[in-house]
Design a protein around this ligand. Structure first.
Ligand SMILES: *Cc1c(COP(=O)(O)O)cnc(C)c1O
Length: 437
């Protein structure tokens, strides 16, 4: 059986279970394409990160990078688990506010935060603004003056470390659009500017080196680099950093070749590296912050599809087409992301053929998998793509004017819609007839 499914996820009927609910029943009840989250998996993953810090008695914050999947229900669950969030837009802040999430527990990221977004953040008592560039320092100063307010900030550093990962999702190398460069002295200048502002309280340093990372070396490197910068800042400017934020990017298993470490292995390595690095300084033990997105939302998510048409070609791999595709999961088309898909009614069925799993969108590139082993399938069968919870629905579009799917949360045998399926009326509700001549 597929290793991403555990034995207790198969019920007596042999069907796939998600959050204690039969996946075939969920598809029948809510329709397909459908995104389903196993809520207990979200909780377990957050707790796994938190536990290691607590065990090591380190002051910490686990901040869920909510761009991986942002929804009112998701923010509620994250808040219930006592985790913080990263937000990167006014829309994410608005959604978090709708969920009753205290923005004091939020870090605001982004390389081009707008005036309006900064006003929104400051007015709603954002926990931290993670400052990315000089333009932002000026804009934020203006906003703070106008609102007669103060805010905590961190500086985002480009650490000059590239994680061993796909180049589309690398952000830590020197030539990056994110953060202040170290070598050219930009980071020092930024510190001086922020320190000169009476309205900004600088609490620490941040870096994020990429995503879907499988090795601890990148995190150890970034931990060392940030501590070295903090040490330099203490000696040069008398500024003592209270927080070292090493970002997110913890890898997950999408296909069997992916061999991710467990949350505790990543966190252990980060704690050790920071403890070791600060030992030779006068910094004391800083708080350690991490920002997992994919590793919290990804493994908990499933996309359910109904099989439709099929195309067989002599000597070539057949196409099996489902009722979704790049509109609900653009990652395979965007950067050749790979997934495993199983037959929901019998995930243990012997595999009979390798097919291309195609979407229904009008792009030749709309292929969910170039090589998926499947049992025999027929129209009407329900397929479940695994580990789709991060950057799937979050990147969904209305391409071809297809409505976006519903999102269901399942936990302890209960299921509930947390984002409704779009209707055709939803699709046209912003349209206005043209009244020109
Ligand atoms: C995207 C992002 C994350 C989360 O990355 P994952 O790979 O989803 O864990 C964390 N921090 C920052 C600043 C990000 O931009």
């Amino acid at each position: 059986m597929n290793e991403q499914i555990s034995a207790d996820q198969i019920n007596a009927a042999g069907h796939l279970m998600i959050g204690g609910c039969d996946a075939v029943d969920l598809a029948a009840q809510y329709g397909t394409p459908l995104v389903v989250y196993d809520v207990s998996q979200i909780r377990q993953q957050i707790r796994a990160f938190q536990r290691v810090f607590a065990k090591n008695q380190v002051d910490y914050t686990v901040s869920y990078a909510s761009k991986a999947f942002a929804a009112v229900a998701m923010y509620q669950v994250v808040n219930q688990e006592g985790a913080h969030i990263d937000v990167v837009s006014g829309g994410e802040m608005y959604t978090a506010l709708k969920a009753g999430f205290p923005l004091a527990h939020a870090s605001f990221h982004g390389n081009n935060k707008s005036y309006d977004e900064l006003v929104m953040a400051v007015k709603n008592h954002i926990g931290v603004v993670v400052v990315d560039n000089f333009h932002e320092i000026d804009l934020l100063n203006r906003v703070l003056e106008e609102l007669d307010a103060n805010v905590q900030v961190m500086l985002r550093i480009t650490p000059g470390i590239s994680a061993h990962t796909n180049k589309y999702i690398q952000t830590g190398q020197v030539d990056s659009k994110f953060g202040f460069d170290l070598e050219s002295g930009q980071a020092d200048q930024a510190l001086e500017k922020v320190q000169a502002s009476p309205r900004m309280t600088m609490i620490g340093l941040h870096a994020h080196i990429g995503s879907q990372i499988f090795e601890v070396a990148g995190f150890e490197g970034v931990a060392n680099k940030l501590v070295a910068v903090a040490d330099h800042w203490q000696k040069q400017f008398g500024y003592r950093a209270r927080v070292i934020n090493v970002g997110g990017g913890f890898g997950i298993r999408y296909v069997k070749d992916d061999q991710p470490l467990r949350p505790e292995e990543f966190v252990d390595a980060i704690i050790k590296a920071i403890k070791k690095a600060v030992a030779g300084t006068n910094l004391g033990q800083p708080a350690i912050w991490i920002e997992p997105g994919r590793s919290i939302a990804g493994p908990a998510g499933y996309n359910l599809y109904t099989v439709g048409s099929r195309k067989d070609l002599p000597g070539l791999k057949s196409y099996v087409t489902v009722d979704g595709g790049m509109g609900d999961n653009i990652r395979p088309a965007l950067y050749q992301a790979q997934y495993e898909t199983v037959l929901a009614s019998d995930p243990q069925a012997p595999l009979k053929e390798h097919v291309r799993l195609a979407g229904k969108y009008c792009e030749s590139g709309d292929i969910l998998s170039q090589d998926q082993a499947l049992p025999a399938t027929k129209p009407g069968d329900i397929l479940a793509t695994l580990d789709t919870g991060a950057y799937g629905y979050a990147m969904a579009s209305n391409y071809n004017r297809n409505p976006r799917p519903a999102v269901v949360f399942a936990e302890n045998g209960h299921s509930q819609v947390v984002i409704k399926r779009e209707s055709y009326d939803d699709l046209v509700h912003l349209d206005r007839p043209y009244e020109g001549k």
